[in-house]
Design a protein around this ligand. Structure first.
Ligand code: FAD
Length: 452
């Protein structure tokens, strides 16, 4: 997300833009829903500091205001560093709001078209039957009326042989939550459908189902399979795991709704996630349509520095080594999943340029053993501090060393490689990647134009 946002904005500014990507990304693993900010960083009990702010944050701007007050070095805070003191908060809010509109516009009509907005956080249902605060979801996940009427009847529909989703346990978890909160709907059922995409009724993956549903005519069988359960339970809404297609999901949702006469929507996925894949695919196209060049399977290995500038970057693919001499470079290599950071018993390293990573407290992390920055419980409300490690940057998103000096004047970075942002805890992942990607992309584009 960060690299594609940065690259697209640079290309839209008329610059020749090249993206190198090894392949694997957290963006493609993500649920494809764009979180801006759901919870305070570091599991902070906000009541003590900001008693009037509700958690999870009701709106992205509530969350941003809290972060800017209490965590000024959070990547969202850095976006506002250049503004006058009394305008920092409003400038960050304006930037993030504009980033959301920018993304929605670019992805409109794509396989990852988005719905939602800056006015409020929304709570889509996950495949586990829980809900999570987020800002934008793919249109396929949207239900207009689910919570509107206490008489609504919701069915969770799963597929036999699809181990990534269990309709019964999702139903139980969801129902428990609804009864606890008192929110509608309270009438919830489940069904298991028999669809064998490639002739086998077992070990079916989400991506196989999605590929199958991209074929013309595949909705006829699916609609027929769901219909009998809808009629039997008097369902008004049907929730399906996010497998309605890669390219055709939105059209398939519309077709199912027409055939069944009820609202159909996808749940929010766990990895591996078809909507995350859709998001990456749609962003790749946006970047290429803006004029960018994408080299997949190319790993940036090193750079030659000269006079405080990066002179060239060396990348390796299975077949060749390429040397590129750009005017500016944006490092958006992600954290541990993307491959931008690596950690072992000796410490944490930045993998491409050997820059200095820092901990979430902004202390050098090169000799920090991750074991001291992880929680004993894998799923803990306090999260894992190691996920807040990354690069420290100046106000233009240039990575800095222990003395606060930038490593190169033409090197910028964005996204989850940045320190002090722990997306799994905060629910801020793609929002920070998008907003900092656009900020770093604009800074890099401006500099490239200046040095031309
Ligand atoms: C399972 C999971 C679920 C998530 N769910 C959500 C969610 O629901 N909502 C949300 O907002 N966020 C979510 N997130 C967080 C979100 O996905 C990340 O914060 C975001 O994708 C980070 O984007 P990024 O561009 O910084 O990094 P990445 O998406 O990881 O991209 C980094 C890219 O850099 C490339 N790269 C790395 N090293 C090199 C190299 N040397 N040369 C060339 N290329 C290189 C990688 O191949 C990769 O393509 C989730 C994350 C995970 C892991």
């Amino acid at each position: 997300m960060a690299g594609l946002a940065a690259g697209t904005i640079a290309a839209e500014n008329g610059l020749e833009t090249l993206m190198l990507r090894t392949g694997q990304s957290a963006t493609a693993y993500s649920s494809g829903a764009i979180d801006i900010i759901g919870y305070p960083p570091e599991g902070l009990a906000l009541k003590e500091y900001l008693p009037d702010t509700e958690v999870p944050f009701k709106t992205p701007s509530d969350g941003l205001r809290a972060i800017l007050t209490l965590f000024p070095f959070h990547p969202y805070g850095i976006i506002g560093f250049g503004a006058d003191d009394d305008k920092v908060v409003e400038s960050v809010i304006a930037h993030v709001k504009e980033s959301i509109s920018w993304l929605k516009e670019r992805l409109a009509g794509s396989c990852a078209a988005l719905i939602g907005g800056f006015e409020r956080n929304i709570y889509p249902i996950t495949v586990l039957g829980t809900t999570k605060p987020t800002c934008l979801i793919q249109e396929t996940m949207w239900s207009e009326t689910l919570n509107a009427n206490p008489d609504n009847v919701l069915i969770f529909a799963g597929f036999r042989g699809h181990a990534e989703f269990n309709a019964l346990s999702t139903t139980r978890a969801y129902l428990e939550n609804q009864l606890r909160t008192g929110k509608p709907p309270h009438k919830v059922g489940h069904c298991v459908l028999e669809i064998s995409p490639f002739g086998k009724p077992y070990n079916i993956s989400s991506i196989e189902l999605a590929r199958h549903f991209d074929h013309d005519g595949s909705m006829v069988d699916l609609a027929a399979a769901i219909k009998k359960h809808v009629d039997q339970l008097g369902a008004t809404h049907v929730a399906i795991p996010p497998v309605l297609g890669i390219e055709q999901a939105l059209q398939n949702k519309a077709e199912l709704q027409k055939e069944l006469g009820v609202e159909v929507f996808e749940l929010v996925a766990l990895p591996p996630s078809v909507p995350g894949f859709r998001l990456q695919r749609a962003m790749d196209r946006t970047f290429k349509n803006a004029g960018g060049t994408l080299l997949i399977g190319h790993q940036a290995r090193s750079a030659i520095f000269k006079n405080d500038m990066i002179e060239s970057v060396v990348a390796q693919s299975p077949r060749r080594e390429v040397t590129i001499s750009p005017k500016t470079v944006i490092l958006a290599s992600g954290k541990f999943i993307g491959g931008g950071l690596e950690a072992d018993e000796n410490g944490i390293r930045e993998t491409v340029l050997d820059l200095m990573p820092v901990t979430t407290n902004l202390h050098p992390a090169e000799e920090v053993r991750p074991v001291y920055h992880t929680n004993v419980f894998s799923l803990s409300p306090d999260g894992h501090a190691v996920l807040g490690a990354g690069l420290a940057v100046d106000m233009d998103f240039r990575p800095i060393d222990a003395d606060g000096v930038e490593r190169a004047k033409n090197l910028f970075c964005a996204g989850s490689i940045l320190a002090k942002y722990n997306y799994s805890l905060e629910k801020s992942g793609l929002g920070v990647a998008l907003s900092t990607g656009l900020a770093a992309g604009r800074n890099a584009a401006r500099m490239a134009k200046e040095v031309s």
